[in-house]
Design a protein around this ligand. Structure first.
Ligand SMILES: [Zn+2]
Length: 271
């Protein structure tokens, strides 16, 4: 009787462990799909759920009307408008490192997404996102938070892990160095669409939701968000089109940037 009980409880433990392992791998592949680690890295993951190939590219609907001089000027004006001690227009990319002191200044808050996971976001960005989410709900468009803030230490862990698995040349090419992932700001929000109650988890599934993204991208500037990785701008941003990666910059900059059709780099005169 006791043995039977033991073997049953062992089975339950094994099941729980297997589930945990699968969940952590799914989480990791999703993390790697965006900004921190690009597509190539994720493609080689053993459990490949979330980060399949890019699919076809979507043509930008934004028009690029501003000149470089305009961008520089608006950028300069906006830089002085930082509130709450952080610069919401902070530029983080492969060549611009986030100030290591950022994590001591930024106000991070935790929230629970629709599937019950804890997600960490910069506080003003989270309030804005919740308002955006409500506005989208009213239009029948449902999105959920997925990967948001990750610390510099967490990014370094990913770098180390991928260096061990794939070597430093590979990491150099595909993985953002610690201090160079926009997710470290707390202002970058990866979202997933939920269509008829079903989460769109893979990149292909997400990229296929063109009509949904049109509504999301058109609505979000009013709430302070821009599309950070525009189509066909990887030579400037360093990343291919990612419709799910929203970046909080605040208002009115988000509307200005979105209307201009410029990348954040160009808007800030840092392209
Ligand atoms: Zn992202």
């Amino acid at each position: 009787m006791l043995n039977e009980f033991k073997s049953k409880s062992n089975l339950i433990w094994l099941g729980a462990l297997a589930l945990l392992l699968v969940l952590s791998l799914v989480d990791l592949t999703f993390l790697s799909s965006c900004s921190g680690i690009e597509q190539g890295a994720a493609k080689q993951e053993a459990v490949q759920q979330d980060a399949e190939g890019q699919g076809e590219k979507v043509t930008s609907t934004a028009e690029s009307g501003s000149t470089d001089e305009d961008a520089e000027e608006t950028g300069k004006q906006s830089k002085s408008a930082a509130a709450d001690g952080i610069d919401y227009l902070v530029l983080v990319n492969k060549t611009h490192e986030l100030d290591p002191d950022w994590e001591n200044t930024v106000k991070l808050v935790e929230t629970t997404n629709k599937r019950g996971s804890t997600v960490t976001v910069e506080s003003t960005a989270l309030t804005a996102f919740e308002e955006l989410q409500k506005a989208l709900d009213a239009e029948g468009v449902v999105i959920d938070l997925n990967s948001c803030y990750r610390s510099r230490a967490k990014q370094q862990e990913l770098v180390d892990q991928f260096t061990q698995e794939y070597g430093s040349d590979y990491v150099e090419k595909y993985v953002a160095k610690a201090g160079h992932s926009e997710h470290e700001t707390g202002l970058a929000l990866d979202v997933i669409p939920i269509v008829n109650g079903v989460e769109m988890l893979t990149n292909d599934e997400m990229l296929a939701q063109k009509d949904l993204w049109k509504v999301v991208h058109a609505t979000m500037p009013k709430y302070g968000f821009i599309l950070r990785y525009l189509p066909n701008q990887e030579s400037i941003t360093g990343y291919e089109y990612e419709p799910w990666h929203l970046r909080y910059v605040g208002t009115p900059d988000a509307q200005k940037i979105s209307d201009s059709g410029l990348t954040l780099e160009e808007y800030l005169g840092e392209a």
